[in-house]
Ligand binder design. Structure first.
Ligand SMILES: NC(=O)CC[C@H](N)C(=O)O
Length: 255
């Protein structure tokens, strides 16, 4: 496991904010003791705490496409990365990391590339060209991914200060909230929560894409009443799996 943290669209992009992100990311250090990385692009931050597995010498994160316009921070392993690299030839890779393919695949195929991944993963990808981002998780949810919205108007995604499903008796929802609180997020929304009345297994929602609105005038995001647009979409190959899990998916764009 690694620790990932991404914060996008903060009103405040001061040095203090940067220090705060580093502090938050350090709280995930127990998930990855081998490397700490941070990429800042204007008011967007992607941080990584690495437990090095594939290519320990050069695979530190965040990772990039060739011209570094696409940035990605990943927890997990992409099992078919060699095959995907072949498909992407003649692109130049900067590392031997299994996760670097994610940035290149997005550039080549757009968001649909998620269905090409075989593995256990959660990642956040930022396209700096239009400041859109994708947060995605494997369909089974082997790796954790949580999202919340801060009072700083930032959108936060992280791999959690503690893991869910430690044992069957734990309440995963309670654990998620606890995890977000540990990260100091003032206002939390669990993006993958199913309908309130449903107490089924952990949902398999895996994909979020969001184009950041102009947040400069916004003090706080009110998900119910603002025009902040959030789209959650389950990708084709994962849909079958998601459908087989009762109450697995909340498609907020349908609400
Ligand atoms: N621990 C992880 O999540 C590993 C990330 C990545 N696959 C690496 O080897 O560095």
């Amino acid at each position: 496991m690694c620790g990932i943290l991404a914060v996008f669209g903060c009103i405040d992009n001061s040095q203090a904010k940067r220090s705060r992100i580093i502090e938050l990311s350090t709280r995930l250090r127990h998930r990855g003791p081998d490397w700490s990385g941070l990429h800042c692009h204007e008011d967007c931050y992607l941080a990584h705490q690495r437990l090095a597995i594939v290519d320990p010498t050069s695979g530190d994160q965040p990772l990039y496409n060739e011209d570094k316009t696409i940035v990605v921070t990943v927890n997990g392993e992409i099992y078919n990365h060699k095959e995907l690299r072949e498909k992407l030839k003649p692109r130049k890779f900067q590392t031997g990391s299994d996760c670097e393919v994610i940035a290149h695949l997005y550039e080549e195929y757009g968001e649909d590339f998620v269905d090409m991944l075989d593995g256990m993963f959660s990642f956040v990808l930022l396209d700096t060209r239009d400041k859109s981002f994708i947060a995605a998780r494997d369909a089974i949810g082997i790796t954790p991914l949580y999202m919340g919205w801060g009072l700083d108007a930032g959108t936060h995604a992280n791999s959690g200060a503690c893991d869910t499903h430690v044992d069957g008796k734990e309440n995963p929802q309670a654990k998620k909230n606890e995890s977000l609180k540990k990260l100091g997020l003032a206002k939390e929304v669990d993006f993958c929560a199913g309908p309130k009345e449903c107490s089924g297994p952990d949902p398999a929602t895996i994909f979020i894409q969001n184009k950041l609105p102009d947040l400069s005038q916004t003090q706080e995001i009110d998900m119910e009443h603002s025009d902040y647009h959030l789209q959650i979409d389950v990708h084709a190959n994962h849909k079958k799996l998601a459908d087989s899990i009762p109450c697995a998916v909340t498609n907020k764009s349908d609400n």
